[in-house]
Design a protein around this ligand. Structure first.
Ligand SMILES: [Zn+2]
Length: 266
């Protein structure tokens, strides 16, 4: 696995050049790769033809798919990064034996993907699962999406950093439990809405906050879910850990080729 820091730039081309350089570095002289799978922050138009990640202001309606296809000389398939993580978990992670689950990333942003009746939900424009913009505090903080009190505005890494006036990694037990509680609150509505079996959460904030975050999230879920089918649903960490988003991006590529690894595994 290779990685580079995101350049702090408002220049869309400069940011893309960094990404392309990394992809070419990983590709090397390998000419047997059939497709490049990408997980990108949302929102985006279908298939990532134009991406506008809320956390990357330099890219607004950026033509990521065309630019990567041209730069790499191969087919490129793009999906939302949290949907990609969901596919990765469904094929190779903690969702392998599940047919109905939500997988989430709680990190710089908060996103999710819905695996329902054995397949990933796309929605009308491919953006299904944006749980980061479920309202958890009606009078809460302003959100980059234009609303207020969204889960992402209250419990993402940057929002916790703003509350603390310090890096979120310095959060105390109260802040860790608060983030977990708010995530549990948003998750409870989704569990009741969609009759889920499990919720899987990854991302640097959730995994970094660890047991205190997950305990608070599960306690809130327990308090808010009382229907016969939703009582007892649990939130647990993703099975693929910090590699979940990257594995998910690969699965986005497989999916575009019509390969269904889950069908083979069954
Ligand atoms: Zn929002």
């Amino acid at each position: 696995m290779k990685q580079v820091p995101t350049p702090q730039t408002s220049q869309s081309d400069e940011l893309f050049a960094t990404l392309l350089g990394l992809a070419n570095d990983v590709l090397g002289s390998n000419n047997e790769v059939a497709v490049c799978g990408v997980g990108c922050g949302g929102p985006m138009t279908r298939n990532g033809e134009a991406v506008s990640p809320l956390n990357i202001p330099a890219w607004r309606e950026f033509p990521l798919r065309d630019q990567l296809r041209e730069g790499l000389g191969m087919d490129v398939c793009i999906d939302n990064d949290a949907k990609a993580l969901t596919l990765g978990e469904a094929w190779f992670g903690a969702g392998k034996d599940l047919s109905n689950f939500l997988a989430m990333v709680v990190s710089t942003g908060i996103g999710g993907g819905l695996f329902i009746d054995g397949r990933l939900l796309d929605g009308s424009a491919g953006n299904a699962g944006h749980i980061g913009h479920v309202i958890v505090e009606p009078e809460g903080a302003d959100c980059a999406c234009g609303s207020r009190g969204c889960l992402e505005a209250e419990a993402s890494g940057p929002s916790i950093g703003r509350r603390l006036g310090a890096d979120p990694s310095t959060a105390d037990a109260y802040e860790k439990r608060r983030a977990g509680m708010l995530v549990g609150r948003a998750v409870a509505s989704v569990v009741n809405l969609l009759d889920l079996e499990r919720v899987l959460i990854g991302g640097s904030v959730a995994l970094g906050f660890g047991d205190e975050f997950f305990a608070a999230a599960n306690m809130e879920l327990l308090e808010r879910c009382h229907l016969d089918f939703s009582r007892g649903v649990r939130i647990s960490p993703v099975g693929l850990g910090t590699e979940a988003p990257l594995v998910g991006a690969a699965v986005v590529g497989f999916r575009s080729l019509g390969i269904d690894a889950r069908a083979r595994l069954i």
